[in-house]
Design a protein around this ligand. Structure first.
Ligand code: PEP
Ligand code: MN
Length: 264
């Protein structure tokens, strides 16, 4: 990874591996669930635990997250396992609460990235922080909107930025929940070669049997990490059940994936 050394300074600063592996449930459901999954992942390649506590859902009536209460559960998981913790922030208040509770990595969801005023508000709330902030692509295949969000965070002096490719909405029926349109993240990487690029195969796939191949494609394309939804009882997860895999499956995937050690 010699020629990309500088861009990964923040991975080193946070003592994070390359590729960076983030695992954990779509949603924090109960304290026991969060802590149990953290223990199942703690000795694996996944060094960061993800769990959504504020869940912007496309349609009302679905589970919208446990809210701030979940921060304590994440904190306990961190204390017990030593894993870093990550959650989605969708407004400045979320940022403030997450930072107060020791959340290490913040991510901006695909439904927030579409909205420049929201992105600006969140970026302002993050001003000058050292915590890694990962910006998901907007749900629509619009590179400019994604770039615009990255620029707003750069301008707010958030230095440890990364981006997450989670696929794009389409009205067509495809095998994917969100089509990968690989050219878009590749174009973004060409524009911002110093930005760590992470794949979210879970939200692209929408079904667990596609996760492995998507992950391999991303690693072959020189992505810098994976964020994978992981639950000990995927079928009964409170959100995104069809696409979650067990911690054991994630551990097995990390053994089976071919990881490039060199960048050409
Ligand atoms: C998630 O990570 O659980 C999520 C809601 O993702 P996205 O914003 O990519 O839809
Ligand atoms: Mn999800």
């Amino acid at each position: 990874m010699e020629n990309k050394k500088e861009l990964r300074n923040w991975l080193d600063a946070y003592n994070l591996d390359h590729p960076l592996v983030i695992g954990g449930p779509c949603s924090a459901e109960t304290e026991e669930q969060v802590v149990k999954i953290a223990h199942q992942l703690k000795d694996s390649d996944a060094t960061v635990l993800r769990a959504g506590i504020w869940k912007p859902r496309t349609r009302p009536g679905n589970f919208e997250g446990v809210g701030a209460l979940g921060l304590k559960w994440l904190q306990r998981a961190k204390e017990e396992t030593g894993m870093k913790i990550a959650t989605e922030v969708a407004n400045p208040h979320h940022v403030e609460l997450a930072l107060e509770h020791g959340v290490d990595v913040l991510w901006i969801g695909a439904r927030s990235t579409v909205s420049p005023f929201i992105v600006q508000d969140i970026a302002d709330a993050c001003k000058g922080i050292d915590n890694p902030v990962l910006i998901k692509n907007p749900i629509n295949p619009d590179l400019s909107l994604w770039l615009g969000a990255v620029e707003r965070f750069y301008t707010a002096d958030v230095k440890n930025l990364g981006v997450i490719h989670r696929g794009f909405s389409t009205y067509e029926k495809t095998k994917y929940r969100n089509i990968p349109e690989w050219q878009i993240p590749i174009d973004l990487q060409n524009r911002f070669p110093d930005l760590p690029l992470i794949l979210d195969p879970s939200h692209i796939a929408g079904r667990r049997d596609l996760i492995f191949d998507l992950s391999q494609t991303a690693l072959d394309l020189n992505f810098d990490g994976l964020i994978v939804e992981t639950h000990y009882d995927p079928d009964n997860a409170w959100s995104d059940a069809a696409q979650q895999i067990t911690p054991d499956t994630l551990i097995q995937h990390m053994k089976d994936l071919k990881i490039r050690k060199e960048v050409g």
